[in-house]
Design a protein around this ligand. Structure first.
Ligand code: SF4
Length: 716
């Protein structure tokens, strides 16, 4: 029963359900989380909440939560103590390293880690001696990071949610914030109330499209001819911004030449949009200023995702919409801390702070971590693991760990196949090629799932032994900093103590490091109480090393000061006109440079063009490299061509369902939903049903609940 007394404590914390980062008052009575309210004074949500955010109190509840360590023995789950679990796993890790080398382990990390945990996990893998690490950004915005970083430097959102109040034109492509980032949608609607035009480009008529002044119904996978088709009209009519291009952009002449190939009639044939609408949209994007572009996974989850993202950037450069308020590229991330987890290098192609993998980068972190470089070299083959790996496009890396089991070792240039994998706060339900994943799980010596719930990796195999479930606590049972999509950091306070026998991720990492013999070195600069490393010390440690992108000025004290003073920040500018953080931007968005005084205000808008280039103002390269190939809807591989697919993604249109031969298995209402004509029917449920009927492994965002539905016999 729910007690009705007033809460004994109100904790200011941050929603965990998307990258907007809304504030929440969590009401706690005698250590029990009993209620929640959206924070009225938080500068992002100002008392608003979406349905997802309204349910965060339920986050740690549920009968299927992992309560204590377990392992699968002879097909039955057996309860372990933490000491037993850590000892057994540590012994196995050391044995495998002895027999097959450190690269026989794979560390799947999580966008649900806070920044400090993400940083520690990257450090843990490096100290173990491998670069086999990745997380969910690989299959969401890693293509954005590559595309955007190659165009202007930082792989991140350039402006902010609140900044869209100042936009006069907002284009969404592959993005549906009305459902995925609902509080961001409130800011977009504020912009619309202030006169902004809204363009929605999507193969589906979404809830966001319902607010569009111009809904552009392109065929799936035709983003590049769409953008180049717009540029054709822009250049043809002289709507580009010549002064901006002359002053700030390198390479636009080559783009202009490329655009000539995109004849309007040909573009219409490929993308399915009339020439008249293309011209209208081009004029709007180029002449109604400032204009911004918002994109999400509908643009990135393609085999040519980074080319798509470069094309979006080029449109903004041609129209002079970069480096200004109300303009830029607003790239909405997915999970609440996927920006932070990416920033901290949970990717095999980067060390924390987007330091690459060249020797100098390792040397930098060896200095910060106070490690002997020779120690690292003994674990990384010079020229192989210290060098740049030739894998940068999405798809290859997320397949890497199972390729390691199934393919010739030369394919991925490692000494041995992967024998053990950690699925730490991230599972396999977002991977395509489900059968391959299952075979890979079956072939390993040991599978370890560290999660508040039994995750898909723990159940979709056919094993009877060698699977461990380590119960991590939820994000509200730990604390630390998180980075929202707009690069701002917030402190997420612990709402309740870890439930059952669960532990925070950083404590589990410490226990494993201790067993493996490198805890003293790894936590040299970090106080440890019992087995729990001090999170603030971790923040201070990364402050001392994250120089490339300016994570050096956000001390724990400064982030907490902002958290305690939400209401002093301006709703539009995010700046504090008064109060204790006067002159600072909310969350000290990176780059925020650490100085002796720690006074840098944070950077609300990247690459400001009201500054000279020599003073840090933006200068850009219009760079591109991939052409659209033909008008075959499946030519790009924008979805899996086989029968193993994922539900819930915007690529699931009527066209695809028909091509898969699944159309006739849907109900009439589901067919209408697939065609965007029926809002009331849950299409993802229908797709799950049909997928299962066709022998596929579906997944759903409800994660644990989805497992319960589909694998009831596998849940311990
Ligand atoms: Fe949470 Fe995102 Fe909804 Fe805000 S918009 S309440 S952060 S899920």
């Amino acid at each position: 029963s729910v007690p009705h007394d007033a809460p004994t404590e109100v904790v200011r914390t941050i929603c965990t359900h998307c990258s907007v980062g809304c504030g929440i008052y969590a009401e706690v009575q005698n250590g029990v989380w009993t209620g929640q309210e959206p924070a009225l004074d938080h500068p992002f949500n100002r008392g608003g909440h979406c349905a997802k955010g309204a349910s965060v109190r339920e986050h740690g509840h549920g009968e299927k939560r992992s309560k204590y360590p377990m392992k699968l023995v002879g097909g039955k789950w057996k309860r372990l103590s933490w000491d037993e679990a850590i000892n057994e796993l540590g012994d196995q890790m050391l044995k495998i390293r002895e027999e097959s080398g450190p690269d026989s382990l794979f560390f799947m990390g999580s966008a649900k880690f806070n920044n400090e945990q993400a940083y520690l996990y990257r450090k843990f893998a490096a100290m173990w001696g491998t670069n086999n690490i990745d997380h969910s950004a690989r299959i969401c915005h890693s293509t954005t990071v590559a595309g955007v970083a190659n165009t202007w430097g930082y792989g991140a959102q350039t402006n902010s949610f609140n900044d869209m109040h100042k936009s006069k034109c907002i284009m969404f492509i592959g993005s549906n914030p009305a459902e995925a980032h609902p509080v961001a949608m409130q800011h977009i609607l504020t912009g619309k109330e202030r006169g902004a035009k809204v363009v929605v480009v999507d193969p589906r008529f979404t809830r966001t499209a319902a607010h569009a002044d111009e809904y552009v119904h392109i065929r799936p996978g035709t983003d590049i001819p769409f953008i180049y088709g717009l540029l054709w009209h822009i250049f043809e009519n002289g709507w580009e911004d010549p002064e901006f291009i002359r002053q700030r952009v390198y390479g636009m002449d080559a783009i202009r030449e490329e655009v000539k190939k995109y004849d309007p009639a040909e573009v219409t044939n490929i993308i399915g949009v009339s020439e008249a609408q293309m011209k209208r949209t081009a004029k709007m994007m180029a002449t109604v200023k400032p204009a911004t572009i918002v994109w999400c996974m509908g643009g990135t989850q393609h085999t040519i995702g980074n080319a798509n993202t470069r094309a979006y950037c080029i449109l903004q450069l041609a129209t002079g919409n970069m480096g200004i308020e109300g303009g830029g590229t607003n790239i909405f991330r997915g999970h609440d801390n996927v920006q932070g987890a990416t920033d901290f290098g949970l990717l095999f192609d980067s060390l924390p702070g987007y330091y690459g993998l060249k020797t100098g980068s390792w040397q930098h972190w060896a200095r910060v971590w106070d490690l002997d470089m020779g120690w690292i070299e003994s674990r990384f083959d010079q020229g192989e693991y210290l060098g740049q790996k030739p894998m940068t496009s999405a798809g290859i890396p997320c397949s890497r760990w199972h390729d390691g089991v199934l393919k010739d070792k030369e394919t991925i240039a490692q000494r041995d196949n992967i024998r053990m994998a950690f699925f730490w706060g991230q599972s396999v339900h977002t991977e395509s090629r489900g059968r391959v994943v299952r075979e890979a799980l079956d072939a390993m010596d040991t599978v370890v799932c560290v999660d508040p719930h039994p995750n898909m990796a723990g159940v979709m195999h056919t094993r009877t032994d060698g699977v461990y479930l380590l119960p991590a606590c939820t994000q509200f049972e730990t604390y630390g900093s998180v980075t929202a999509s707009n690069r701002s950091l917030q402190w997420r306070d612990r709402v309740v103590e870890p439930l059952f026998e669960t532990k925070p991720d950083h404590e589990i990492m410490y226990m494993l490091a201790k067993k493996l013999g490198f805890a003293d070195q790894m936590f040299k600069n970090i106080k440890v109480e019992g087995n729990e490393p001090n999170i603030e010390d971790v923040t201070r440690e990364f402050n001392s090393g994250m120089w490339t992108i300016g994570y050096t000025g956000q001390s724990p004290e400064r982030i907490k000061l902002h958290q305690q003073n939400w209401g002093t920040f301006d709703f539009d500018s995010l700046e504090a006109p008064g109060g204790p953080a006067k002159g600072e931007t909310f969350g000290l968005p990176w780059p925020c440079w650490g100085t002796a005084e720690m006074k840098h205000p944070g950077t609300q808008i990247l690459y400001r063009t009201d500054r000279e280039v020599k003073d840090g103002g933006g200068n850009f390269r219009a760079r591109f490299g991939v052409e659209h190939e033909g008008n075959n809807l499946l030519a790009e591989g924008s979805w899996s061509k086989g029968s193993e697919i994922q539900d819930g993604y915007p690529e699931f249109t009527d066209v695809m369902l028909k091509q898969l031969g699944w159309w006739d298995d849907l109900t009439e209402a589901e067919k209408q939903a697939a065609e965007g004509r029926n809002w009331k029917t849950d299409l993802s449920g229908g797709i799950q049903r049909v997928a299962i009927a066709h022998g596929c492994i579906p997944y759903g965002n409800a994660k644990a609940r989805c497992i319960v539905w589909n694998f009831p016999d596998k849940i311990p």
